[in-house]
Write a protein that binds this ligand. Structure first.
Ligand code: 6PG
Length: 509
């Protein structure tokens, strides 16, 4: 049974934190939404939020109690947005919608953090039953409410129907400055500016791009945490002092949402004790899987993303809390004296530059990964546009993304961001401090896995001859795995009977 007099524009399934905020964003922008959730309390909370925000005006959000009522309250062909946890719940909703009478030209949009291969599988599985489209969403609950970054992908026809919605609710960027246009109040709408929503490509590509966004997010967060640990453990700074440094950094090249919130987290005091809250947070990091998927994909594609992987490992090692506490008593660190207060400012400057250079490398890895995946999947990704839709709304938003967009504007076929003249020059300018920061942290015994892996990545990438010649020799020695020669045409494979001086080299193929 329809629950509204007039059919609604959008059916929305899942009124959890993200769903509720996306719904409120849609209604702010004038769309008529009917929502359904298996959990009635979530629908009640949604109605309560609408009531609180609309004042005396009539309800802007409608809710219903079943999939059938949801379909009955929509105009056909139906457009349904789903915001449920990634994995089985998405398929469960799809099956329930099919049972409720979904038609072949109806569109279902998955907005969760789905694994990109699941999205590809789903698109095939549901072909002919309905059109599965996907839109990866970044920005957390505030982003969902006031302007997220959206990475839509799938059926191009579905995109024509969804585009006006997503362009309306997405975060906006001022085209003149490249900076986000702030929107913070309920009911407020930003009609001008460039929307952070761009069609990414065929099925799976949007979720792949979001996965890499999250991998970069992991790296960004870990790099900031390592700078914090050096300031805390080697320089003996208080959380409030570190917060002040992050605030200063946020005024310059490192300006970003993650630096901004790190300062706020460090400056927040516990309401009970009055102590900095962060010192009471247990140092065991959680993860939902997208960083891990990024690292796995980089290994599978043979596309190096060590800083992203190190960020995942850093979370894993953090979970070994009990072992670490034991090891802290048993395992010796270096004898090196910690720095003097007089050196503090210089060391902070080194850390700043290290964070900046390592960040460039983490993004270079992420973009390289997307390029490699695109070539394997035959997607034609627009990297400049991807950088642009990450300038606002998403968790890794930063002024820095404009420089990446500019780099792809200069050369859309760029092999690696490090090869762009601007980034090459930036690293060359700041690398001395990066090296000092990594070397000092290692002398003081402070772990900086992400900062140093980025440096090794940079050094390996700029090394014309790596020791892989020896490695190939080792492989051929024990396993006759063959090698190519530098003095012969590429592609020809050779094998030697190692250890038997004078034995002739055999050309394998
Ligand atoms: C975003 C976030 C979002 C979520 C991550 C957190 O872009 O809005 O990345 O997707 O916060 O899933 O992931 P972890 O729990 O793995 O840190």
């Amino acid at each position: 049974m329809p629950v509204t007099d007039q059919p609604c524009d959008i059916g929305f399934i899942g009124a959890g934190v993200m769903g509720k905020n996306l719904i409120m964003n849609l209604v702010d922008n004038g769309f008529r939404v009917i929502a359904f959730d298996l959990d009635q309390t979530k629908l009640e909370a949604l109605r309560a939020q609408d009531e609180a925000e609309r004042g005396d005006a009539s309800p802007r959000v409608f809710t219903c109690n079943s999939y059938t009522d949801l379909l009955a309250s929509l105009s056909a062909p139906h457009l349904i947005v789903v915001s449920v946890p990634a994995g089985d719940p998405v398929d469960d909703v799809c099956h329930k919608l099919i049972d409720a009478g979904l038609q072949a030209d109806d569109i279902v949009v998955d907005t969760g953090n789905s694994l990109w291969t699941d999205t590809q599988r789903r698109e095939k599985e549901y072909e002919g039953k309905f059109i599965l489209f996907s839109t990866a969403v970044s920005g957390g609950e505030v982003g969902a409410r006031f302007g997220p970054s959206l990475m839509p992908s799938g059926d191009p026809y579905a995109w024509t129907r969804i585009k006006p919605l997503w362009e309306a609710i997405a975060a906006k960027v001022d085209p003149e400055t490249g900076k986000p246009i702030e929107r913070k109040a309920p009911g407020e709408v930003v009609a001008k500016g460039e929307p952070c929503a761009a069609y990414i490509g065929p099925s799976g590509s949007g979720h792949y791009v979001k996965m890499v966004h999250n991998g970069i997010e992991y790296a960004d967060m870990q790099l900031i945490c390592e700078a914090y640990q050096v300031m805390r453990d080697a320089l003996g700074m208080t959380d409030t002092e570190v917060a002040a440094v992050f605030r200063r950094w946020n005024e310059g090249r490192l300006n970003s949402y993650l630096i901004e919130i790190s300062a706020e987290v460090l400056d927040t005091r516990d309401s009970e004790t009055g102590e900095p809250l962060v010192s009471m947070i247990l140092d065991k990091a959680g993860q939902k899987g997208t960083g891990l998927w990024t690292a796995v994909s980089s290994l599978q594609l043979g596309c190096p993303a060590p800083t992203i992987s190190e960020a995942v490992f850093a979370r894993s090692i953090s979970t070994l809390k009990d072992q670490r506490v034991k090891a802290a008593r048993l395992l010796a660190g270096p004898d090196q004296a910690l720095p003097d207060v007089a050196e503090r400012e210089a060391i902070i400057e080194q850390l700043h530059d290290a964070l900046y250079c390592a960040k460039i490398c983490a993004y270079a890895q992420g973009f390289d990964l997307m390029k490699t995946a695109a070539s394997e999947q035959e997607w034609s990704l627009n990297f400049g546009e991807i950088a642009k839709i990450w300038r606002a709304g998403c968790i890794i938003r930063a002024v820095f993304l404009q420089s990446i967009a500019d780099a792809y504007e200069r050369d859309e076929e760029l092999d690696n961001l490090l090869l762009d003249a601007y980034f090459a020059e930036q690293i060359s300018t700041y690398q001395a401090n990066w090296r000092k920061a990594v070397a000092n942290a290692s002398l003081w015994g402070v772990p900086v896995a992400a900062l140093s892996s980025a440096l090794s990545y940079y050094d390996a990438y700029r090394t014309a001859v790596l020791p892989a010649n020896l490695l190939q020799g080792q492989r051929d020695y024990f396993g006759a795995h063959t090698f190519e020669r530098t003095d012969k045409p590429r592609g020809k494979k050779y094998h030697v009977e190692w250890g038997q001086a004078g034995r002739p080299m055999v050309k394998m193929k």
